[in-house]
Design a protein around this ligand. Sequence first.
Ligand code: NAP
Length: 240
Amino acid sequence: MNRKVLITGASRGIGREIAVSFAGKKDELFLTCINNIDELTRLGKELEQEHGISCHVYKCDVGDYGEVKELFRQIEDIDILVNNAGIAWLGLMTDMEEKDWRRLMSTNLDSLFNTSKHAVPIMVRKHSGRIINISSVWGNAGASCEVAYSASKGGVNSFTRALAKELAPSNIQVNAVCCGVIDTDMNRKHLTGEELDELADEIPMGRMGDAKEVANLVTMVAEAPLYMTGQIITIDGGWI
Ligand code: NAP
């Protein structure tokens, strides 16, 4: 479809599958990560070869305003912004160091301001555009030992609803895709196999979600009627 799509955190997990999904639609991709640039470069080349598209890759800390500003010097046009990059931190709130709180908040929430601040003026000029933020069920429900993460995703949901209202007159759609437990490094890194099984038992569908399922939903939302804006769209195997 040749839309210009920026996906943050595309080197692994959900972001990677979102990139694959938009590549299948023949869009031009702008992909970022913070560390795994070799992996992201490999993915970009694979998608270019397989789908005959252009794929640009960047190392950029989305929580750092200056780095995002520099990124947008290299991206002149954008149709779709997918704010996917995110991190988790597990433990008691009182055990969390201030630097970890700041890091999580900047990655999960400041990032939405940093990217939207630069993408929105381009979209307003074109009187079109779509922003999709990747959120979590913990943003609604709140999770013990994930206070910062829950707060950041609650912020993502409110940011989404508010920005949707602000941008509706400019014909720009803003939604969030709110995930339950999805099988990626984010969970594998923090939880044991036994804990993952226990989590899966609490999900009516009896399993974690697949990143490809989230990616399919994201590409659907990017093509949904414009009138569907300001929504927090949940994909959680029936958990809520
Ligand atoms: P993941 O597998 O851990 O991948 C995280 C991605 O974000 C990687 O590409 C990573 O880049 C990138 N990233 C991390 N910090 C960054 C930063 N400061 N700047 C730029 N990129 C950064 O995570 P995931 O499970 O796919 O999660 C993706 C999104 O879905 C997150 O927003 C997460 O909160 C949300 N989500 C996930 C789940 C779940 O169960 N997995 C549930 C609900 C919501 P590097 O590879 O370079 O480190």
